[in-house]
Design a protein around this ligand. Structure first.
Ligand code: ATP
Length: 775
């Protein structure tokens, strides 16, 4: 793009220069500079300032006079240029510097000339201001209206009207090219006053005709001559024109014609040049348009590429950022690694120095050891020498000693003989002792046989113990059966802290399982309801007391019975309290902990006779693990192996914390909770139905009505023993739940209780129990 601008600038400068040259050619045709002249050619024409002054004089005749001369000095040249510039400045037009004219670009000079042209052309005609400025300029430069400058020696005299046209300055070139006619001479000829042309001497005219001075004279001057002659002719009132004057006129006219022809020729050639230039510029413009179109497409492409590049750049920047982060991380890691390496290096250095020190020490020790060992070797050598000496000495002494021993042997032989005699005596006495020992052995054998018969009696007694134990178990279980296979214990929960103790529904708790519940709404006889169970535990009954009543059932599990203990009651009535206990401290233990503990204790006490295999399963029946909405079942399977006869017994204990017994309609449950409550109710009523059927000894027991009864099937019915804790809340607000719970329990226990009561043997239960416990 820059180059295109440059081209345009160049083009504009060329055009402007051509414009100036064209104007100059029109104004001063005598110079006739080719239109495509360069800056340098224009500079050559204008540099001495003469032409510039000539321009001013042509536009405002007589304002300036250039310093003429074939070879004008540098001072003259700058003087001419300064004159021109001061005229331009006086006209209020922008000028240029002398330096611009001497070197560098000619555009300031061209601009100045164009502005001057514009200013003059716009001020032509009846522009008084321009005329005014012209007169001012003339005044300034002391020029008369005739146009002659008031320079001494130049054009002095009276100016006549019409003399203006004749006052044009002579062409400096003509002066240069025609030395025969000096500038002053030609001037004189063309500046002749009226009537003088006719009076020109013949020699002078012939000199003019034969010389080429007309060739060099400015056209303006030639026209002035013609005009002068014509004026003269008019003045002389059609007087006869001398032949020589006619000839001169012809010559002048001929010259004018010749010049016009040249000018026309020149104009034609200029036109051709201009046309070719125009074509050139048109083709250039087309090329530029194509270039511009191409550039637009390229621009769009470039914009698209730029966008892609921008996107790529942003991606690259992101990558670069990530890279920088990586680099930062790696730098940190590198720093860490360098730190570690530095610390390791330090450690290495320390270790190396330590090793070196140790090596030195070892070397020192080795040296010391070597010295020590060489000393030792020396010592050993000397000792060896000494020991050799000693061996010899010892050999000598041993010889002496053997002689001595031989003497002592003789003495010992004598002693031995005497001792043999003594041993003979001892043998005789030992024989008598042996006889005594045999007698004693006989006595011991008799005693041992007596002890064996005693031991046999003990073994027989032990065997009898097993039989008695079995009988005991049998009796115990009979007692349990007599007590009933289904038992219902009611437990009344105490009031919780913050509850009003006066608002109780429990009126009376009898020793034989009676429970009187009062209706808070009804008064009198109808306001009370009596229930009867196997036992009723008051709010003050401890965990241990409750368990002592069910302990025999746990014992029967080890004897191969299935036992099922469960707690039934509304939420918050104490089911978990009874079954598990409020805490894990021993005194708070519920039935579960105590039952398991008891099983272990009894199995341990029976370990000599029976080996048990202490298995447990825990589960819950509903989706929710909260005890109030799920049944929690703890099952213990017991297998006992009789050590003596190898027989096995299997028992199973189910400990169940049932879900809350609230009625669905009362719980106001909806959605999943409703379904859950319905399931719970269903399983509880199924349990009731099973127990009821069992108590009535029905042929069909509906075990399959619920999952709960299916799971407990083996522990409900048959020889299985079932115990139900009916938990009640004494609070008045829970009255209706309490009644429905008790009714359910009564339904379960009612028939069984009746059966137990009608059994005559039931009266002997207490006695039987006492017998068993006494045994
Ligand atoms: N015999 C009792 N002595 C003292 N506090 C009791 C007794 N029975 C129950 N409680 C207390 O009453 C509250 C409710 O008891 P518990 O949680 O055992 O009831 P629950 O019937 O198991 O309730 P849920 O059906 O919601 O599980 C507990 O704070 C418990 O400690």
């Amino acid at each position: 793009m820059g180059s295109v601008d440059g081209d345009f600038d160049g083009l504009r400068a060329d055009e402007r220069r051509m414009e100036v040259i064209e104007w100059l050619n029109a104004l001063l045709p005598e110079y006739c500079l080719p239109l495509d002249s360069s800056d340098e050619e224009l500079r050559e024409l204008l540099s001495d300032g003469t032409v510039l002054c000539h321009i001013v004089n042509t536009l405002i005749p007589g304002v300036l006079e250039a310093s003429w001369g074939t070879y004008s000095s540098a001072d003259q040249q700058s003087d001419n240029v300064n004159k021109f510039l001061s005229v331009v400045a006086d006209m209020g037009l922008p000028g240029f510097t002398v330096k611009d004219l001497e070197e560098g670009s000619m555009s300031p000079v061209v601009d100045c000339l164009l502005v001057l042209r514009e200013s003059v052309s716009s001020g032509l005609g009846n522009d008084t201001s321009v005329n005014g400025s012209k007169s001012l300029l003339r005044k300034k430069w002391q020029v008369r209206e005739t146009g002659r400058p008031l320079v001494p020696g130049v054009g002095q005299g009276k100016a006549s009207p019409g003399e203006d046209k004749r006052n044009a300055l002579p062409d400096p070139k003509s002066q240069q090219k025609a030395p025969a006619f000096s500038g002053q001479k030609l001037h004189e000829i063309f500046q002749l006053k009226c009537g003088s042309h006719a009076d020109l001497p013949a020699a002078k005219i012939s000199e003019m005709m034969h010389s080429n001075s007309l060739d060099n004279a400015p056209t303006q001057s030639l026209l002035s001559v013609v005009n002068g002659i014509l004026d003269e002719s008019i003045e002389r009132k059609k007087g006869e024109i001398p032949h020589r004057v006619v000839y001169l006129l012809r010559k002048v006219v001929h010259e004018i014609e010749r010049r016009l022809c040249i000018q026309a020729e020149h104009t034609r050639s200029q036109n051709v040049i201009i046309k070719t230039r125009e074509d050139k510029y048109r083709s250039k413009i087309k090329a530029l348009e194509i270039l511009v179109n191409g550039t637009n497409e390229e621009n769009q492409m470039a914009i698209k590429r730029l966008q892609i590049i921008k996107e790529e750049k942003s991606k690259i920047e992101e990558k670069r950022k990530l890279g920088e982060q990586d680099v930062a991380r790696l730098m940190k890691e590198k720093e860490k690694a360098e730190n570690i390496i530095a610390s390791l290096k330090k450690e290495m250095e320390v270790m190396t120095s330590m090793h070196e020190e140790q090596l030195k020490k070892i070397e020192i020790n080795a040296k010391q050891m070597e010295e020590y060992l060489t000393a030792k070797i020396k010592e050993v050598d000397s000792l060896l020498v000494q020991s050799n000496k000693k061996i010899k000495e010892v050999e000598a002494t041993s010889q002496l000693k053997s002689q001595l021993w031989n003497k002592k042997e003789g003495i010992f032989q004598n002693y031995m003989n005497s001792q043999q005699l003594y041993v003979k005596d001892l043998r005789i006495s030992s024989q008598s002792i042996r006889n005594e020992m045999q007698a004693l052995n006989m006595e011991l054998r008799d005693e041992m046989s007596n002890f064996g018969s005693g031991l046999k009696c003990l073994v027989d007694a032990a065997e009898n113990y097993h039989k008695v134990l079995a009988e005991n178990q049998k009796l115990f279980n009979e007692v349990q059966e007599l007590k009933g296979n289904i038992r219902v214990y009611c437990r009344v929960r105490p009031f919780l802290p913050g509850q009003d103790k006066k608002s109780t529904t429990v009126d009376y708790i009898g020793e034989n399982g009676e429970l009187l519940i009062s209706n808070p709404v009804k008064q009198g006889k109808d306001g009370h309801r009596m229930f009867k169970f196997n036992k009723v535990f008051s709010p003050f009954t401890s965990q241990a007391e409750v368990f002592s009543d069910i302990q025999p059932l746990i014992r029967s599990v080890l004897d191969g019975f299935n036992v099922c203990i469960f707690a039934y009651g509304q939420t918050g009535s104490g089911k978990t309290y009874t079954m598990s206990g409020p805490s894990t401290s021993k005194q708070d233990w519920g039935v579960n902990y105590r039952a398991l503990n008891d099983l272990f204790d009894i199995s341990l006490s029976r370990r000599n006779a029976l080996a048990y295999e202490a298995n447990r399963a825990v589960g819950s029946t509903a989706l929710n693990e909260r005890s109030s909405r799920s049944h929690s079942i703890l099952t213990v399977h017991v297998r006992g192996l009789d050590v003596k006869n190898g027989s096995t017994s299997r028992g199973c204990l189910h400990l169940i914390d049932l879900a809350g017994s609230e009625r669905v309609e009362r719980s106001e449950a909806t959605g999943d909770r409703l379904k859950e409550a319905q399931h719970i109710n269903k399983s509880l009523s199924a349990l009731g139905d099973v127990i009821f059927a069992l108590a009535q000894k029905n042929a069909h027991v509906p075990y399959r009505n619920s999952k709960l009864t299916q799971v407990l099937q083996s522990s409900l019915g048959g020889q299985a023993k079932t115990l139900m804790f009916v938990q009640i809340n004494p609070d008045v607000e829970s009255y209706s739940e309490t009644i429905s719970t008790l009714k359910f329990a009564e339904r379960v226990s009612g028939v069984e209780l009746g059966a137990a009561r009608s059994n005559k043997e039931g009266k002997d239960i207490k006695e039987l129990l006492e017998q068993v416990l006494a045994f």
